[in-house]
Design a protein around this ligand. Structure first.
Ligand code: ASP
Length: 334
């Protein structure tokens, strides 16, 4: 009798330990990434460039998949994946960021943890190699949510984040693009040409424990005014994550994303109105923002690992991977 009792107790204990896995779907994990959106004519991207973009996106996904497979936290995954994209000069974040009107690089980034609701961001930084790392430090090592400019750089340095000379961010193609925008606009930048601005990067992840996280990093918009801050480092506009609801990272014309609180709008639709992430993202990106002629897109992940990658431009660099081994990398609509 005693033996049966102890077997029963062991059985119950095992199931108690496995309870979170039952509730949150066990080995279920998903990672979604983006590398910006824009109205890019297909013919302006060469086959070679296409391959280069797709291979960096695939590499980032693969790295994230390995981490998630081995039980890594969603927060660690979004940071590592965004760092890969920041380090690639193909994207407008970290190395390869666009130039502002002064011909300098001013970088923004943010991160949010869906489990705790904590968030961190940096804006207008010029010497932090990986702004997403600094955003995480702000979240975890300071009582604040957002730090800007010199203060953010000093704090990042004190926290051991890698500091570089501003020339590290220089990229000849971006410089040429900046010169071209200046030439075309003859000094008055009205942000009309959306083709020039894409390249912001972002990641959202759901880990095996059901935790979610979102991260976004950008150089902003080409020839932006000194000190201009877009949506990417604004929690609720460019980045949002809440366990049990969804995780969002945005890209596009930041001013509109701030005014329309895009990332949180999607989460609120899911949470309070019971919309699917596809419906919620469609309502704001293809509905409200399209009506306002505001270009951009979002990647969204829900608590069950469903993925939405919605944009109102001709292209969004994007991809996802999940525990079933399903994986996709795409640039254009089809
Ligand atoms: N959203 C970014 C910003 O406005 C730019 C982009 O996503 O392309 O700074």
């Amino acid at each position: 009798m005693r033996k049966i009792k102890s077997i029963l107790v062991i059985f119950l204990l095992i199931h108690l330990v496995l309870m979170p896995a039952y509730i949150f779907g066990g080995d279920n994990f998903t990672l979604v990434i983006h590398g910006g959106s824009g109205n890019i004519p297909r013919e302006t991207i060469t086959e070679q460039e296409m391959i280069e973009y797709e291979s960096v996106l695939a590499l980032a996904l693969k790295h994230g998949e390995q981490m998630l497979k081995s039980g890594a936290d969603a927060l660690d995954v979004v940071v590592e994946v965004v760092k890969i994209l920041e380090d690639s000069s193909l994207f407008n974040a970290g190395k390869g960021s666009v130039f502002n009107i002064d011909g300098r690089n001013e970088l923004d980034a943010s991160i949010m943890c869906g489990k705790t609701g904590n968030a961190g961001a940096v804006a207008g930084v010029t010497t932090i190699k990986n702004p997403i790392e600094a955003a995480r430090k702000v979240m975890e090592k300071s009582p604040h949510v957002m730090m800007i400019g010199k203060g953010a750089e000093l704090f990042a340095f004190e926290q051991g984040v890698t500091i570089v000379d501003p020339s590290y961010f220089f990229d000849q193609k971006r410089w040429n693009q900046y010169r071209e925008v200046l030439r075309k606009s003859q000094g008055s930048i009205d942000n009309e040409d959306q083709n020039e601005k894409m390249g912001t990067v972002g990641a959202v992840a759901l880990d095996k424990n059901g935790n979610m996280a979102a991260a976004t990093s950008t150089g902003g918009m080409v020839a932006k005014k000194y000190g201009r801050v877009g949506d990417s480092p604004i929690i609720g506009a460019g980045t949002y994550a809440e366990n049990g609801v969804c995780a969002v990272s945005a890209t596009g014309h930041g001013e509109f994303f701030i005014r329309n609180v895009v990332a949180y709008d999607i989460a609120a639709q899911v949470k309070y109105a019971g919309k699917t992430i596809e419906e919620a993202a469609g309502n704001i990106i293809k509905g409200k923002l399209a009506d306002l002629k505001a270009n951009g897109g979002v990647i969204v992940l829900d608590k069950d690992g469903n993925v939405a990658m919605v944009f109102n431009t001709t292209a969004m660099f994007r991809g996802y991977i999940n525990h079933k081994g399903e994986s996709q990398v795409k640039i254009f609509e089809d």
